[in-house]
Design a binder for this molecule. Structure first.
Ligand code: NIG
Ligand code: FE
Length: 405
């Protein structure tokens, strides 16, 4: 945090009290009511610089430079959207229309976006990314992960990551989204493309990325290929996460646990052994209900995972093919209505759960020391996120202590 004491940033170094909070979600079970949400009623919170300095009952709040009256509304940690694909050009309206007339979703549609993305300039890609980020911020997202995967050449993957890295620390190399169309006719099959992804492309991409991901699925990469790709990434200092068990049963979840991936994402088609493996691991199951919504697919069973003791995160998967929503509140509502999560669980998963999926403890919670990434709802409780679906309830957003919305 290099600029906190410079005069230009003096507004963010002053302390600010947000008071008259009807319900404050801290995600710190040692605070408030002792539930996982660490809910404090009639609460206040103090921001000092980029961080939370104090939380508690409003009657006990310390004196500060500035004061914001929350007006009896709810405050919660900013959403941590730990899975998105935002470096792309074009859209897939025609494919969505066809799907809503009965055509199934398949990985093949990714090629349409690859062609549009390759044809776009850097400026166009960055303008698209910024537009979706702004859209997400207005809906409460203060941290997002995003991936490459629509370039699939050394240059196009590296440029996607270079652009993404200007906007987030949570950058994921997904050269293994599908086998590049340029390699579809290779006599040796996908192995030549896997060699590129684990060789020259990895070298070009590793400097910009924190994570490496593979779409492990029929029509994309099998378990052995995924293991080779993730292992090569690990050797270069990238940490694995994986698109697993989205469209069918497969080896992805077991592989995630075997490699200590931070997250196995989608988890729609799981065996009991998959659930058991996740429950005995550090790997988070990231559920992406926007994808099931937009592909009219069967819902992942969050209840089954939670009851087994699996840590669940909830994210948008925002991408032009399978889930063109940047709205975490929409995903929270779907998760409660259709994936059998309670509102408390869904809110936890979209905040603290996302932070776990990124192996972060400085975000996703509002306790002293954590980043002051938080949002103010135009509602008295976080439950309204599910109770009032489709309503734009996010009325204030602070990121790193600065009010952005
Ligand atoms: O997470 N599953 C693979 N990738 C994306 C979809 C990408 C696309 O269809 O463009 C997903 O759903
Ligand atoms: Fe995805």
């Amino acid at each position: 945090s290099p600029t906190t004491d410079s005069p230009a940033h003096s507004a963010s170094t002053a302390s600010t009290l947000i008071t008259n909070i009807a319900a404050l979600v801290t995600n710190d079970p040692s605070l408030g009511d002792g539930s996982p949400l660490g809910l404090i009623r009639d609460a206040a919170l103090v921001i000092d610089g980029q961080r939370v300095a104090w939380t508690g009952e409003r009657s006990k709040a310390p004196a500060t430079d500035n004061r914001v009256d929350a007006g009896g509304r709810a405050v919660l940690p900013g959403f941590v959207d730990s899975h998105s694909h935002l470096v792309f050009a074009g859209d897939r309206t025609a494919e969505f229309n066809a799907r809503m007339s009965g055509r199934p979703y398949s990985a093949g549609g990714i090629r349409t976006t690859v062609a549009a993305t390759r044809a776009a300039t850097d400026e166009e890609l960055e303008a698209n990314l910024t537009r979706y980020l702004r859209e997400a911020l207005r809906q409460g997202t203060t941290t997002f992960e995003t991936k490459s995967g629509y370039g699939l050449t050394v240059e196009d993957e590296a440029r996607a990551l270079r652009i993404a890295a200007r906007h987030t620390d949570e950058v994921t190399y997904l050269g293994a989204h599908i086998v590049s169309p340029d390699h579809a006719e290779d006599p040796a099959g996908p192995s030549e493309y896997v060699a590129l992804v684990t060789g020259e492309m990895l070298d070009a991409c590793a400097p910009y990325a924190r994570w490496i991901d593979v779409f492990c699925e029929k029509g994309a990469f099998d378990g052995d290929q995924a293991r080779a790709i993730l292992t090569a990434g690990k050797a270069r200092g990238l940490h694995p996460r994986i698109h697993a068990n989205q469209l069918s049963h497969g080896p992805g979840v077991q592989l995630a646990v075997e490699l200590d991936a931070a997250s196995a994402d989608h988890c729609t088609h799981l065996t009991d052994a998959d659930v058991d493996a996740l429950a005995h691991s550090r790997t988070v199951a990231t559920l992406l209900p926007g994808a099931e919504f937009s592909t009219r697919a069967e819902w992942p069973d969050a209840r089954r995972l939670l009851d087994a003791g699996v840590t669940v995160a909830l994210s948008t998967d925002c991408n032009p093919g399978s889930s063109f929503t940047s709205s975490v509140p929409f995903c929270v509502a779907l998760a409660v209505r259709d994936m059998r999560m309670t509102p408390d669980e869904a809110v936890w998963s979209a905040t603290a759960g996302g932070a776990r999926a990124l192996r972060r403890d400085d975000i996703g919670r509002l306790a002293p020391g954590a980043y002051a990434d938080l949002l103010l709802l135009d509602a008295p409780s976080h439950v309204h996120l599910a109770y009032r679906p489709g309503v734009p309830l996010v009325t204030g957003v602070w990121r790193r202590g600065v009010r952005e919305v």
